[in-house]
Design a protein around this ligand. Structure first.
Ligand SMILES: [Zn+2]
Length: 341
């Protein structure tokens, strides 16, 4: 019996010791759990204010009497894109001229950011939208003038300098389409610059000037000849089509586009569009077109097409017979100013 009592004592002691150990282990784990929660909580606290970004060197152009919608974007480290949350204070688009608009944005944790944006309110464009037609450029170093389609790159520089200094507005093709449909107003001093063929002189000489002045130019590229120069990273080049292989004469001396069947034209238009990452606007080779060409453009999903006829585009015009303003060598800067103002 004495022996049994001894065993019993040892068992009781063991139970107590194990009990204490388990208890301590449990408390220790609980403590760890609590300390683990603390850094988690500090991680989710948002103490960083959102950022408002836009090109501060270029004022935003607004049409008189229209609702102001800033081109600025807002992002936050935790909440992400807050662009739609931007509020613009003290805007009055009924007053013409320059204004400082106060942009405000808050993130979900209440961190605020404010930034002043310069805008210019203008009358709406009533004289029609000029769409320029450039071709080639020369510098007398690598490229030389062959005819009046070749513009001295210094003249191009002066023209773009004028457009930037006068704060011209450069609508997108989407806006041009809405303007033709009468859905939107454009500000006065709006212009769209286009350049035909997309030859090497455009990329080597004109593109650096466009980048210097931050002015976009649409390149109507003949993709069979210059499609290899397609580079979506060129920020100020807008890529549209001047056909894949239709920039050549047919049997009657007219461009092949007015000789080919609709199916042939559609195939050419689609291949050109594919190389340019999706084209919506077309420019007729030599300005030659007919009803079949227009039907083919519609089938290949092109929204607008330009001829070489002179003039400005106006709401209600046929979108597949749009005129342009030719820019040729030898015309003065004054002449250019008049043709786009
Ligand atoms: Zn051409």
């Amino acid at each position: 019996m004495k022996k049994n009592k001894g065993y019993l004592f040892i068992i009781v002691v063991l139970i107590i010791v194990v009990g204490i150990l388990v208890g301590r282990h449990y408390l220790k784990n609980k403590k760890v759990e609590i300390t683990n929660e603390e850094p988690k909580a500090t991680k989710t606290a948002d103490t960083v204010s959102p950022t408002i970004t836009f090109d501060e060197t270029i004022p935003q152009i607004v049409v008189k009497g229209t609702e102001f919608k800033t081109i600025a974007k807002a992002t936050d480290d935790i909440d992400g894109d807050l662009t739609t949350e931007i509020i613009a204070d003290n805007v009055d688009t009924s007053i013409l001229g320059e204004q400082d608009v106060l942009l405000k944005v808050s993130d979900k944790s209440g961190n605020n950011t404010e930034k002043t944006q310069k805008i210019i309110v203008r009358e709406e464009l009533t004289s029609g939208l000029p769409v320029t037609m450039y071709h080639f450029f020369y510098d007398d170093v690598k490229y030389f003038k062959q005819d009046n389609n070749w513009l001295n790159i210094n003249d191009f520089d002066k023209q773009l300098n004028f457009l930037r200094e006068e704060n011209f507005y450069f609508p997108t093709w989407e806006e041009v389409e809405d303007y033709l449909d009468g859905k939107i107003k454009l500000p006065s001093k709006s212009v769209v610059l286009t350049c035909d063929d997309g030859d090497n002189s455009f990329f080597d000489l004109a593109v650096p000037v466009m980048e210097k002045y931050k002015i976009p130019v649409t390149s109507f590229v003949i993709t069979d000849w210059y499609g290899h120069r397609y580079n979506p990273e060129l920020e100020y080049v807008v890529w549209e089509s001047h056909s894949a292989s239709m920039h050549k004469s047919g049997a009657n001396g007219k461009g092949v586009m007015v000789n080919w069947s609709k199916a042939q034209i559609v195939e050419d238009l689609k291949s050109s569009s594919t190389i340019l990452g999706g084209a919506n606007v077309f420019c007729y080779p030599f300005g030659h077109y007919n009803d079949t060409a227009i039907e083919a453009l519609k089938e290949a999903d092109y929204k607008m097409a330009f001829t070489v006829e002179g003039g400005r585009i106006k709401p209600g015009m046929n979108k597949y017979k749009l005129p342009r303003v030719r820019v040729t060598a030898g015309n003065s800067l004054e002449y250019f100013k008049k043709s786009v103002s």
